[in-house]
Design a protein around this ligand. Structure first.
Ligand SMILES: Nc1ncnc2c1ncn2[C@@H]1O[C@H](COP(=O)(O)OP(=O)(O)OP(=O)(O)O)[C@@H](O)[C@H]1O
Ligand SMILES: [Mg+2]
Length: 279
């Protein structure tokens, strides 16, 4: 069976004032139906670049993304994206923000679906804030409204770019649990970018570990072995938890060292007379 979402040979070259910059090179990964996948890697390695190409907000230079056998070239209703910051329209209430997106959902025959925004606000636990403006809501609640907005279009793929990274750790834990509950209920396929190893191990079925850029790629793909449904205490107490964490840390550490060495080599190559160069 083919995977519903395939990233094949994805390469992105940005044109910069100093010449072409190959941010990611030959990224390959598949995401299975109803799977929860996290993409992890150091800052600047190209996680958002890959996710925005999956979302159809940007295009690959070579290779690309295929959904159900068709190449992704633009955004589509089967994919919804949640960013790091909530990005709500400030003059609309929470419910109106969600309803605006929900009204664009289609029933597959090109006709609009009747979707109740309130149901999605209730689903993510902020139903009581439906009539408030974003400025009256905490950042965590605003991010829940963003999640409700993304879910309200009933997408097959939920794409999340560090959705909790601006939140304090307690709010972050709460929203991770909310996301996990929603995922258990609806089993949408999730691709989430995060820097946080514990978050990734708690939420994901598999981790896609990216090497450092330039020319970043997929270094390793790890299966997360914890049974579902998950709860935080059981995951933390699992005998394999610290070994999994160590493996991800070692990967990231190794690649950070490699990119530091490459950067130092690069400077040495440009500034040091040849007899003193690193071999
Ligand atoms: N429009 C652009 N033009 C030139 N370079 C870009 C552009 N967008 C991204 N880059 C570069 O591509 C690389 C990958 O960027 P990207 O934002 O995808 O990284 P990231 O892994 O999401 O980082 P972070 O974890 O900090 O969000 C970075 O070196 C970035 O500077
Ligand atoms: Mg990013």
């Amino acid at each position: 069976m083919t995977a519903p979402l395939e990233i094949t040979g994805l390469t992105k070259v940005f044109n910069t004032p100093t010449g072409p910059f190959v941010a990611v090179k030959d990224v390959n990964a598949t995401v299975r139906q109803s799977e929860f996948v996290c993409i992890l890697g150091h800052s600047g390695c190209g996680k958002s670049t890959v996710l925005s190409i999956v979302a159809g907000l940007d295009t690959a230079t070579y290779g690309g993304v295929v959904i159900d056998g068709k190449q992704v070239l633009a955004p589509g209703p089967e994919r919804a994206l949640v960013f790091q910051s909530p990005c709500l329209l400030p003059w609309l209430t929470a419910r109106q923000n969600v309803q605006l997106a929900a009204d664009r959902a289609e029933n597959g025959a090109g006709r609009p679906k009747k979707i109740d925004a309130q149901a999605y606000l209730d689903l993510v636990g902020v139903g009581e804030d439906a009539n408030r403006l974003p400025s009256e809501l905490s950042l965590g609640t605003q991010q829940c409204v963003s999640l409700a907005r993304a879910l309200s279009v009933e997408p097959r793929f939920l794409l999340l770019d560090e959705p909790f990274s601006m939140l304090d750790s307690l709010t972050r834990f709460e929203l991770q649990d909310t996301l996990l509950d929603v995922w258990e209920k609806h089993r949408r396929t999730v691709v989430m970018v995060t820097h946080d190893i514990d978050e990734a191990l708690y939420l994901a079925d598999r981790l896609i570990l990216m090497t450092d850029g330039p020319e970043a790629g997929v270094g390793e793909i790890l299966e997360v072995p914890f049974a579902r449904p998950r709860n935080r205490a059981a995951v933390l107490a699992h005998p394999d938890y610290y070994a999994c964490r160590r493996r991800v840390l070692d990967f990231l550490d190794h690649h950070a060292q490699q990119s530091r060495t490459t950067a130092i080599d690069d400077i040495l190559r440009r500034t040091t007379p040849s007899p003193f160069r690193r071999s």
